[in-house]
Every structure is written in C-alpha cells, then in structure tokens.
Ligand binder design. Structure first.
Ligand SMILES: O=C[C@H](O)[C@H](O)[C@H](O)COP(=O)(O)O
Length: 229
C-alpha cells in the first residue's frame, strides 16, 4: 500500500472513536485531512452533533466547508478527544510534531483534551526520535540570536522556508520555525526543558507523555496501540 493509502486508512478508522455530542480536537496535516473528510461524511449522513476545535487555519477551513461546527479552544469547557497526525512516534509513545508548522495550536489543543489519539502511517514509527528535524517555533524578533545559540549547542538549526522558497515560513501565529537536525534524541525530557527556557522560543515540537492511543496504518490493516496513560 502507498503511504497516502495508509494515511487514508487510519484517518477513516479514527472517526469510529467519535460519538454524537462530542467536542473533538481536529489536528493538522495530510493524514488528518482524511480524518476530517470522514468526519464530515458522518456529520452529514448520521446527523451527528459535533463541535470541532481546530489547530490551524487550513483545518478550520476544511471543517467549515464540510459543515462541522467550529469553536475556539477558549470557547469550550472541555475537549473529549483530539485526533492528530505526527511526524515520528518512538517506542515509548513520545512524539515529534510540527512538520506542517501547526505545533503551537496542536499542543494547546492536545493539552486541553481528555484523550489524545495520533494517526500515522507505519513509516512514522521509530525506536528513538530525531531523524525527523525537530521544529521549534520562535518569535521573529531576536530569532537570529536564538538560531546562533542553537548552533553553538550543536543543534544544527535551519530556518524553515515558505513553500516557494523565497522567504521564511510564517506560522498561523506569524512566527518562524527553526528546525533542529539532531538525528538521535536520547533524552527528550531534558531537551524539551532546555528548549522551552530559551527566550524567544514559543513552543517546540516534542510532544511528551501526551498521547493515549495511536493508530498505525499497516498494509495488513490499521493497528491500534494503547499508550497506557
Ligand atoms: O504541524 C503539523 C502536524 O504536527 C502534523 O500532524 C504532522 O506534521 C504530520 O503531518 P502529516 O499527516 O501530513 O504527515
């Protein structure tokens, strides 16, 4: 099966966890896109009453176009379940997210959710995190200084470019992304603590101790894994 087919498989499987009346966090990315499409179909055919809390302008637009009611995280008293993609998931269910630059809202929504589910194709499952560049969202002002400090620490930073490659990418919150090429992250907790104390850093893409359930797309079908938290 091609990667896209595996993404579709898990996207469609995941909406089985969504029940009538739920408030659902809707992640961002190409895998989530399949999930939101499938949810839109259920809302239409089954008349489900769902409130969606989105994590990016792109997902908000898609959900609205499908007739899913959208509210801000500040306008809901709780989120029952958030379904999101991931860039890497380690053996012990820690994750890297932000390949689509949506890590800040994704982490806010995940942190305010009763349950978090990640949906990924099997290529995202790794032993240790770090082959995928770790995204760090930074305020534009002073970002060159943050970049230089990351260089000195050996984090091999690169500023993320916009799709046309002509300027720096701006997140939905109009910040920059610095990607860290770390290759192998052996102690994600220590790294996370180090990154977040850097002045100018808004958030980083290490999502630690956050996920409850992972659905992995494999050629022989979706595999549901329980993170036991
Ligand atoms: O910022 C984007 C998100 O963290 C995505 O969920 C992540 O990058 C995975 O995206 P995709 O499903 O497109 O591989």
């Amino acid at each position: 099966m091609k990667q896209d087919e595996l993404k579709k498989l898990v996207g469609e499987k995941s909406v089985e966890w969504i029940k009538d009346g739920m408030t659902v966090g809707l992640g961002t990315g190409s895998t989530v896109k399949f999930m939101v499409d499938a949810l839109g179909r259920r809302v239409k055919t089954e008349g489900l009453n769902i409130t969606g809390v989105t994590t990016s302008k792109a997902t908000a637009k898609q959900a609205e176009d499908l007739g899913i009611t959208i509210k801000s995280v500040d306008a809901v008293d709780h989120i029952d379940l958030t379904i999101d993609g991931a860039d890497e998931i380690s053996d012990d269910f820690q994750g890297i997210k932000g390949g689509g630059a949506a890590l800040l809202f994704e982490k806010i929504v995940a942190t305010n959710s009763d349950k978090v589910m990640w949906i990924v194709d099997e290529s995202k499952m790794v032993k240790n995190l770090g082959a995928f560049p770790l995204p760090v969202e930074v305020i534009p002002y002073g970002s060159q200084k943050v970049f230089e400090r990351f260089e000195k620490k050996g984090y091999q930073p690169t500023f993320r470019k916009s799709a046309d490659g002509n300027s720096l990418l701006l997140t939905d919150s109009e910040n920059y992304i610095i990607d860290l090429h770390l290759h192998d992250i052996l102690d994600p907790e220590t790294l996370a603590a180090d990154l977040i104390k850097e002045v100018g850093v808004v958030e980083h893409g290490l999502f630690l101790n956050m996920v409850n359930t992972v659905i992995v797309g494999r050629s022989d079908g979706p595999e549901v894994l329980d993170a036991h938290r």
